[in-house]
Ligand binder design. Structure first.
Ligand SMILES: [Zn+2]
Length: 368
């Protein structure tokens, strides 16, 4: 007799989180298959007692036509603990869209996929919850592709600003860093690093400022100005300077991730995710979900924790996190042997600003 072994029940109330359902029948061969399994909507409906249409509202794989997989993260992850507590069927893994970082209803950080620990409660950091609402407005205005690219680029910009040597940054960015450090102390209190640390929480610390920057990077109007002549660029420089907390900001040829974006990226299409859930290997059978955190990820997490405790160089951890890889190494980036080389490359220009930077010097450049 056929028996339903494992189903994460779909809930029509779920809007942004989608659970993954698999039906395994006794007697069916549960071997790894060369292609992904396709759950049968009618069969699942018969077992669960829910209408296929209701199930498709919560289960991406049952949708016909298929969803835009690029708009979703490729890794299943745990979500808001209070949302997941409604489901009695064991651990819940969700495929979130790229724009979901916070459960605004319960004020929990969800973050990018990381070590799959429940995110922190954000009652002491309401600006992070507000940033999620601004992020959703950005999505409605510009679509998922431009928003995805802009938010990751903004994370990379903040990562560089956080990682820069103290003597190389302006007073404005130094103040910004002090705010991020304060948030880190709330999210990862001292002496609890081994339990509380995750790279995802560092993304939470910079999230409000990243969204503020992303609002400019996603906007075709500002992108056109950035790619335009000197007069147009001046307008962009004033606006981006205000957004990064450095009103005196001027692009320079070295050590400037924004200048690199102006020269190389602003006039090109948004960079897509490296893979999707539907295309990723390792998600082919239910057993893979139980191993959503692989040994390699655990090892990376341990090294990042040690690095954080010793150096507190949070920017470096953000820049090395796989979340920002698609904008650090873009399709048109110069190929570097090591990832650290790609990070170095992502903050320099080849032609633009170079002559002026060399003539006036690193700190003396004024573009206006
Ligand atoms: Zn929730």
């Amino acid at each position: 007799m056929a028996v339903l072994r494992s189903v994460q029940g779909g809930s029509p109330g779920v809007v942004d989180g989608f659970e993954i359902a698999y039906v395994t029948l006794d007697g069916a061969e549960a071997r790894p298959t060369p292609s992904r399994r396709h759950p049968d909507a009618q069969l699942l409906s018969a077992f669960s007692g829910r209408l296929p249409g209701h199930l498709a509202g919560a289960l991406l794989e049952l949708r016909d036509p298929q969803p835009v997989w690029e708009a979703f993260r490729h890794n299943p992850q745990i979500g808001c603990p209070r949302c997941d507590a409604r489901h009695p069927g064991g651990p819940v893994f969700r495929i979130f869209p790229h724009h979901r970082y916070v459960c605004t209803r319960h004020r929990y950080w969800i973050g990018p996929p990381d070590i799959n620990r429940p995110g922190p409660f954000l009652d002491d950091l309401p600006e992070i919850v507000k940033a999620q609402r601004r992020h959703l407005r950005l999505l409605r205005r510009h679509g998922w592709a431009a928003t995805y690219d802009a938010v990751l680029t903004a994370f990379m910009i903040c990562g560089h600003h956080w990682d820069e040597r103290e003597e190389m940054i302006s007073l404005g960015i130094s103040l910004q860093r002090a705010i991020w450090e304060q948030r880190v102390h709330v999210l990862i209190p001292s002496d609890t690093e081994h339990q509380a640390f995750s790279a995802s929480r560092l993304f939470a610390a910079i999230y409000p400022e990243a969204i503020k920057i992303a609002e400019v990077l996603a906007d075709p109007f500002w992108r056109q100005l950035a790619a335009g002549d000197d007069t147009q660029l001046r307008l962009f420089v004033v606006e981006i300077g205000r957004r990064i907390g450095d009103p005196s900001y001027q692009p320079r040829a070295e050590g400037d991730v924004i200048a690199h974006w102006i020269e190389q990226d602003c006039w090109r299409p948004p960079s897509p995710p490296l893979t999707t859930f539907a295309a990723a290997t390792g998600h082919r059978r239910p057993g893979h979900l139980a191993k959503a955190v692989r040994a390699a990820s655990l090892d990376r997490h341990k090294r990042a924790t040690d690095w954080f405790i010793v150096s507190r160089r949070c920017g470096n951890i953000i820049l090395h996190h796989r979340t920002v890889h698609p904008v650090v190494v873009r399709e048109w980036s110069v190929q570097m042997e090591k990832y650290s080389g790609a990070i170095w490359w992502s903050q320099r220009t080849q032609h633009r600003f170079r002559e002026t930077t060399e003539r006036i010097g690193f700190r003396g450049l004024r573009y206006a």
